[in-house]
Design a protein. Structure first.
Length: 371
């Protein structure tokens, strides 16, 4: 038996980590189908990867570079929405050519993907009852014809709890009057089995009064798995000193910059359902010398063929904290509070990087107010 390793080419996994799953194409004439699909009620385009593990005599790397070496002769698929036993809606999968495949041994940069569309007024339903069924027929009319099936419900009750975008003074607090301070991000986990949280931080660089660059970077706070979700709340910490270190490391090395202004912080939180969490856990790298790993899939295939992959759900939520936002009356929220702004502009880590505040209503009397 010849063993190849299939690297998932398009599935952006939960922790932005690539996933390796071992596939054993053999000479017994059986097909190994590879299917990846993750549904999110916040998406309007839902992609599903459907291909086969290639097999052929000769040089495997050469075969992998052939455009259709991992494609079926035909693919016909649907996603059906069920409320109990009642069929509510049906979508036919359509094919498209995407061009963002990462470089590697497999043919690229183009690859065939399958998708269906919803709109914001008629999105997928996350109510704990509605279920989505995937059915795909591959190689129709050939001896290798198979039907692939899978089903999933969507995640419910997942949301960002703290910090709130409505609270006064500041969404994030990274400094005290003296020293650093940490901000806890709390997530309502709902029916999820694992959650990940990261921050997207943006700031602007100016030459005089002209904007020259908008800089952004992601800060991954971490992941909480099943054992940490029993209370219904996942808590991850954004450390104050780390915030300023990351800001510093992302500033341009450009002597023409005359000032920098923090623009926004966005919380991006992603949840995985139970099947997706199991799949991630099974496919994590192992330190075992034997390299023997279990496998997991919630998909089935007919004709005694093989199937690997997942059809499951995830949900992504985001909150944007602008440099300041007026909420009516005397209520407002700013991206970071006054002490944190002062530390950004005058502190030990970023104090020499020309940060200032242009919040006229709040900081006009401060020494770090932008001229």
């Amino acid at each position: 038996m010849t063993k190849y390793t299939f690297l998932s080419l398009i599935l952006v996994l939960f922790l932005n980590q690539s996933c390796k799953e071992e596939i054993d194409p053999s000479t017994d004439g059986k097909t190994t189908a590879v299917v990846y699909g993750l549904l999110d009620q916040n998406d309007t385009i839902h992609y599903i990867k459907i291909n086969r593990a290639f097999y052929g005599g000769g040089d495997a790397l050469s075969i992998a570079q052939i455009a259709d070496s991992s494609y079926f002769n035909s693919v016909k698929g649907t996603v059906k929405e069920y409320d109990g036993s009642t069929l509510k809606r049906t979508w036919e999968l359509r094919d498209t050519l995407v061009t963002n495949k990462e470089s590697g041994a497999f043919f690229g940069p183009e690859q065939v993907m399958y998708y269906f569309k919803t709109n914001k007024n008629e999105s997928l339903i996350a109510d704990g009852f509605t279920e989505y069924h995937l059915e795909v027929v591959v190689d129709e009319g050939l001896s290798s014809e198979s039907t692939i099936t899978g089903k999933t419900k969507l995640i419910t009750g997942f949301s960002i709890k703290d910090p709130k975008t409505q609270q006064d003074a500041g969404g994030f607090k990274f400094a005290e009057t003296s020293g650093f301070r940490n901000t806890d991000v709390r997530l309502n986990v709902g029916t999820s089995s694992a959650v990940e949280c990261k921050l997207l931080i943006e700031f602007e660089e100016f030459q005089g009064s002209s904007l020259k660059n908008t800089k952004s970077f992601e800060w991954t706070l971490g992941t909480v798995n099943e054992d940490g979700l029993s209370t219904g709340i996942a808590e991850l910490t954004a450390y104050g000193n780390t915030f300023y270190d990351l800001i510093k490391s992302n500033c341009s090395n450009d002597n023409s910059i005359t000032k920098r202004i923090l623009k926004s912080i966005t919380i991006i939180a992603t949840a995985a359902d139970e099947d997706f969490q199991k799949y991630i856990t099974v496919n994590k790298p192992t330190s075992s010398l034997t390299q023997n790993k279990p496998t997991f899939t919630n998909l089935t295939i007919t004709n005694d063929n093989r199937i690997v992959g997942i059809f499951a759900s995830r949900n992504t939520q985001s909150n944007v904290y602008l440099k300041w936002k007026y909420n009516g009356g005397s209520s407002y929220v700013r991206c970071i509070d006054l002490n944190s702004t002062k530390e950004l502009c005058l502190g030990t880590i970023t104090g020499t990087y020309l940060f200032c505040s242009d919040l006229t209503a709040f900081d006009a009397g401060e020494s770090f107010y932008c001229d």
